[in-house]
Design a protein around this ligand. Structure first.
Ligand code: AHR
Length: 499
């Protein structure tokens, strides 16, 4: 059995855990909003038409900041369509997803829904096909208390208190040729700078996110960030990263090591942002908003997207059903985001319901948890206080996509006398025996240990079998003389809490 040894010391602090790391994403795409969050005819719907069974699951998931309303959708969106009396809202074509948008849910309804879940709103403006004035109008409508045309309109529409949105995205994936109105880095950098500067004239404390690359494989990756930031460095606060992973051609070993790419992505963007900052002699640091990340069977989606010809409202799109292996990768990606909490201070799992999501619903039927729900919800619940840098000695294996990868990966957080340790075993065949020296944490007992694993690494939760995969107590854990010993099954994710 492969062995690994980890040393944890509470002096080795990376950063505070940022609650915004556990953000998510709701886009007007497929059934994320309609029949996902909102289904007035559903037996669990509240007076506003929101499914309370989904609200319960979102609360359990522990998602914090929620990015809205897109995604690619935002680049064709007129926000004015989605406020005011519902019967007067227009139906529009959404070119991004070749769908119809009824606008029955808009900013005010979504903000009301966020109150039910206790989450923070992160709003995207359309810089691709609109401009500075519509962005300023949306800011006035959303955040100005009252006494101006657009704030009074919000009040007249029934939302008296301003939404007070702090985080704003300046468009979405503007480097991608699939984006309606995509631009060169030069063009986008200039418009992002002017939009950001104008928005900060209204409120200097806004936190603005400029679009970085849509993935580390983009041909412009690196240059894009440099050029864009050279234009808008002083006006923005975050640069975004987006990354989706999937198993390619049966190469499970590479897939399980996807976190290596995320780490490389973060390193490169931090270096690029700091390079621009140094050149500008700026004392300011730009942090990362990793505002789309997940497993997504994108290759399969791109193939099937060619076949969509009809314009339908809330079609079934991107409804990936996740496996145990997918959940292990999601857990590992979240561990990486935590490890980079010094610079990644906000992140959004893309997405929340039905669309590449941890929560699935059936119209008129149940809502349930995908495999990926568990590592996210458990990490969100347990990761508190400070992130600790682990020293890991583990065997390595060679991957086709990411080079050498450790068989075991880990991260820990410490909050007073509570510690949480998150681990993955990437070995596709064998369990790993891990010893963790926790003398530097001062912990003396195991409070809880759960593992997500299955003899079938492709096992899934489905409508027919909603709890086929659930985390189970890991009975192998012992803590003796300051050393935790634990057995991690092959392809598994584990969380251990110490007191
Ligand atoms: O999350 C799905 C899509 O992925 C988003 O709309 C887009 O930003 C990205 O390409």
């Amino acid at each position: 059995m492969p062995r690994a040894h980890i040393v944890l010391d509470k002096q080795a602090v990376i950063a505070q855990v940022s609650r915004r790391t556990f953000g998510s994403f709701v886009e007007h795409l497929g059934r994320c909003v309609y029949t996902g969050l909102y289904e007035p005819e559903h037996p669990s719907a509240n007076q506003d038409g929101f499914r309370m069974d989904v609200v319960e699951l979102v609360r359990e998931l522990g998602s914090t900041t929620i990015r809205y309303p897109g995604g690619n959708f935002v680049s064709g969106f007129r926000w004015e369509d989605s406020v005011g009396p519902r019967e007067q809202r227009p139906v529009r074509r959404d070119l991004a997803w070749h769908s119809l948008e009824s606008n029955q849910v808009g900013l005010d309804e979504f903000a009301a829904w966020l109150k039910l879940t206790g989450s923070e709103l992160m709003l995207a403006v359309n810089v691709a096909t609109r401009g500075i004035l519509p962005a300023l109008d949306l800011l006035e409508y959303a955040n100005h208390p009252s006494g101006t045309a657009l704030s009074d309109l919000r009040v007249a529409n029934g939302t008296v208190e301003p939404h007070d949105v702090r985080m704003w995205c300046l468009g979405n994936e503007m480097d991608g040729p699939w984006q309606t109105g995509f631009m060169s880095a030069e063009d986008y950098g200039k418009i992002a700078a002017r939009t950001a500067a104008a928005m900060k004239m209204a409120d200097k404390d806004l936190e603005l996110v400029v679009c970085g690359s849509s993935g580390s494989g983009m041909p412009t990756f690196g240059d894009w960030e440099r050029t864009v930031l050279e234009h808008c460095y002083e006006h923005v606060d975050y640069v975004s990263c987006h990354a989706y992973y999937q198993e390619h051609d049966g190469d499970l070993g590479s897939f399980l090591a996807s976190a290596i790419d995320m780490d490389f992505f973060i390193d490169t963007v931090v270096a690029t942002a700091d390079h621009v900052g140094y050149k500008k002699r700026s004392s300011k640091k730009i942090n990362i908003s990793f505002d789309e990340w997940n497993v997504w069977y994108l290759k399969e989606h791109l193939e099937s997207a060619q076949e969509i010809t009809e314009w339908r409202h809330a079609p079934r799109l991107l409804e990936d059903v996740y496996t145990v292996a997918d959940a292990v990768v999601v857990g590992n990606l979240l561990m990486t985001l935590l490890k980079r909490s010094d610079r990644v201070t906000s992140a959004s799992l893309a997405q929340l319901v039905n669309v590449i999501a941890p929560i699935v619903t059936e119209p008129g039927g149940p809502a349930w948890r995908q495999t990926t729900f568990y590592p996210f919800s458990i990490t969100s619940r347990l990761a508190r206080g400070e992130v600790i840098r682990p020293v890991i000695e583990a065997p390595v294996y060679e991957t086709a996509r990411h080079g050498e990868a450790g068989l075991v990966d880990a991260v820990a957080t410490v909050d007073g006398d509570q510690a949480a340790i998150f681990l993955v075993n990437r070995d596709v065949a064998e369990a790993a025996r891990v010893t963790i020296d926790v003398r530097g944490l001062g912990s003396s007992r195991v409070v809880e240990a759960v593992t997500l694993a299955d003899a079938d690494v492709y096992a899934k939760n489905t409508l027919a079998e909603q709890e086929r995969v659930v985390p189970r107590a890991n009975a192998s854990v012992v803590l003796v003389d300051g050393v935790v010993t634990v057995e991690l099954p092959p392809v598994s994710w584990t969380a251990i809490t110490l007191g």
